[in-house]
Design a protein around this ligand. Sequence first.
Ligand SMILES: Nc1ncnc2c1ncn2[C@@H]1O[C@H](COP(=O)(O)OP(=O)(O)O)[C@@H](O)[C@H]1O
Ligand SMILES: [Mg+2]
Length: 314
Amino acid sequence: MTTYAQPLVTDDHRSSVPGGADRWKLGAGPTLLPHRQLDRSGAPKVSLEEISLSYKTSSGERLLALDQIDLKVSPGEFLCIVGPSGCGKSTLLHLIAGLHHPTSGKVLVDDKVVDSPGTDRILIFQELGLFPWLKVGENVEFGMKMKGLSRAERREKTEYYLRLVHLSQFKGSYTHQLSGGMRQRVALARALATEPDVLLMDEPFAALDAQTRDLLHDELERIWAETGRTIIFVTHNVREAVRLGDRVVLLTFRPGRVKREFQIELPRPRHLEDVTVAQTAGEILGELREEINRSLEVEYHDGVKPHVVPGVEA
Ligand SMILES: Nc1ncnc2c1ncn2[C@@H]1O[C@H](COP(=O)(O)OP(=O)(O)O)[C@@H](O)[C@H]1O
Ligand SMILES: [Mg+2]
C-alpha cells in the first residue's frame, strides 16, 4: 500500500470521543481536526471477505460485477472508494447495507454476518429521498420514528443534529424551500439522527456546484471527527477522495477488484486546492485512467477507441 504523509501533528482528539449510545449528548466536539492514528490492531468495523457478486443480465448471461473483494475497515475510519463508472462501487455499498447478497463471500459488521439492512448502517445517496410533504424537522425525525424512539428523545435529537449541520433555523421549512446543499445536509442530519455506526455514502455530492461541495466536505469532515462514525464514501472524483479519506481504495473496471490502496496521511483539515491533495490525486488518477480507458474500450466496442479520457476531475 502507498502512504502519503506529512509531518504528524501529535494531538489525538478523536480517540477521546467516547463511544456508546449517549455520545450525541456531548455537544460540540473539537473544532480542530488534528491528524490521528487509526487503531488497526483491533477488530475491524466492516470486513468484506472474498466477496464476489454476479448479476443476471437481460440476455440471461451472468455479469461478474465484483470479484474476490477483500477489505477491512477500522472503526472510525474514513474510507473512500474510487473507480470508473460501472465498476461496482454502488453494488459494494448495497452489499454492506444488506440490500444485496453476495454470490460468494461474506460481509461482516462487528464480526456478525450481514444478511439484511440494519439500523447500524445507513446509505446516503445523491437522490436524497427526503419527503417533500414533511418539514425539515419532521424529515429528520422520520428515521427515529421508524426506530421507535420516544417523542421527547426524537425532539431532542432533531435539535442536536440540525444544529450539527447548521440548519436549526430551517426546522419548520419544507425541503423545496432549501438549496441543494441544504437539502443534502438535511439528509445527513436525518441519517446521523438514527445513530448508525457506519455511514455508506454513494456519490452524495456529485450533483452539487463546486462551492457547495467544498462546504459540505468541511461539514462532513467536522461531523465525522465529532461523532466518530465509520464512513465508507464512494466517488468517481479522485481529488474528493483524497480530500476526505484516511484511505483510498481503487477498484478495477469490470469485474470490480481492489487494484490498489492508498493510505492518505495528509494533515486535516484538508482542502481540495491543497497542493499535496492535488499531487496525491494526480498519482491515483494515473492508475484510474487505465481503468477508465478499459471501460471506454468496452463501451466503444465498435473498435473506435477515443484518445481522450473525458469528464474526470483530478
Ligand atoms: N440490478 C442489476 N442487474 C444487472 N446488472 C446490474 C445491476 N446493477 C448493476 N449492474 C451492473 O453491474 C455493474 C456495476 O454496477 P454499479 O455497482 O452500479 O457500478 P458503479 O456504481 O461503480 O457505477 C455495471 O456493469 C452495471 O451495469
Ligand atoms: Mg454508482
